[in-house]
Write a protein that binds this ligand. Structure first.
Ligand code: ACK
Length: 299
């Protein structure tokens, strides 16, 4: 090696492959925003092709802890790596005034909004909820379980699994999303104050609420609530109970009842996810197998 080529070699090592040139990014409309964070659609020029992406950033005058949380989200997305059922990171940019996190674009929005749109359609037309629709919704749940198996392999706990945090792509694939910043984008009734932070109480396992313990098993509990959201086409868990009453309800060993239109086998699966002892809950692998069987049972 000559002196020069050695330099080029070192350069290769220090260049961050995730860094995106802000000039290649054309920011378009806002998809969602909260007190601290904001998500926008954008197009990114990649080797001459324009691709749709979602860009997350922080709002003006963000406090230090928000910026730290944002850096943490970027770090987590790097660690998670690629999986078809996880929203993947495309890159980030630090060249701009505010840091940008660029992720793949999921054209069909979040699962909760999708479920509620099905509900509204049914109400308008006065139709029955049909088996093929249920099958396709369980397929989405199955895809989420696959994303969660991958997260588990990467030794990651999501802590906020819920229909609002599942995104649907243009081809209908469900992807687990949101490893931090979106938390403040949703209504306050979802995230409530517990200790120093805001938490999604109604999606949380008992041990997360009472002892701040988060594991794959507590993600399984949240998955059970997400299944309930699916069956009820976007219902609000524990409707009619305030936050304190929810905690007492769970501590007393009570659980959400079987929803109308829910088969006993599907209810059995969600109820299994809400076992008090984390080790008694199914794993995401078990859940995937059960869902495949349940999908086959639907005729
Ligand atoms: O239902 P939505 O359009 O899907 O509204 C929310 C909003 O931003 C706040 O999170 C949308 N969103 C978030 N990430 C993405 C993404 N990667 N692709 C498309 N939309 C996204 C989300």
């Amino acid at each position: 090696f000559s002196f020069n080529s050695k330099f080029a070699f070192n350069d290769l090592y220090t260049k961050d492959l995730w860094e995106i040139n802000a000039d290649d990014l054309h920011i378009e409309e806002i998809l969602g925003e909260g007190a601290f964070g904001i998500v926008k659609r954008a197009t990114l020029n990649r080797d001459g092709c324009e691709i749709n992406v979602a860009v997350k950033t922080v709002k003006e005058y963000s406090q230090d802890f928000i910026l730290k949380q944002f850096q943490e989200e970027i770090r987590i997305m790097k660690t998670v790596g690629q999986h078809p059922n996880i929203v993947s990171m495309i890159g980030y940019s630090h060249q701009t005034e505010k840091p940008l996190l660029i992720v793949e674009f999921c054209a069909n929005g979040n699962l909760l909004a999708y479920l509620r749109s099905i509900w509204n359609d049914l109400m308008e037309r006065g139709d029955e909820f049909e088996a093929p629709k249920m099958r396709s919704l369980l397929h989405l749940a199955k895809q989420v379980s696959e994303g969660m198996i991958h997260l588990g392999k990467m030794r990651m706990v999501h802590r906020d699994l819920a229909a609002r945090n599942i995104l649907i792509c243009e081809n209908g694939t469900a992807k687990v999303s949101d490893f931090g910043l979106s938390r403040d984008i949703y209504a306050d009734d979802v995230y409530c104050q517990l200790g120093n932070g805001k938490v999604p109480l109604r999606w949380m396992a008992l041990e997360s609420i009472t002892r701040f313990i988060y594991t794959s098993e507590s993600d399984v509990w949240s998955f059970g609530i997400m299944l309930w959201e699916i069956v009820t086409l976007g219902g609000y868990p524990y409707l009619g109970l305030d936050n304190k009453e929810v905690v007492n309800f769970l501590v007393d060993g009570k659980r959400i009842d079987i929803p109308i239109n829910c088969t006993s086998n599907l209810y059995k699966l969600m109820d299994h996810c809400w076992k008090t002892s984390p080790k008694d809950r199914p794993t995401f692998e078990d859940i995937g197998i059960t869902l495949t069987n349940l999908i086959e049972e639907i005729d």
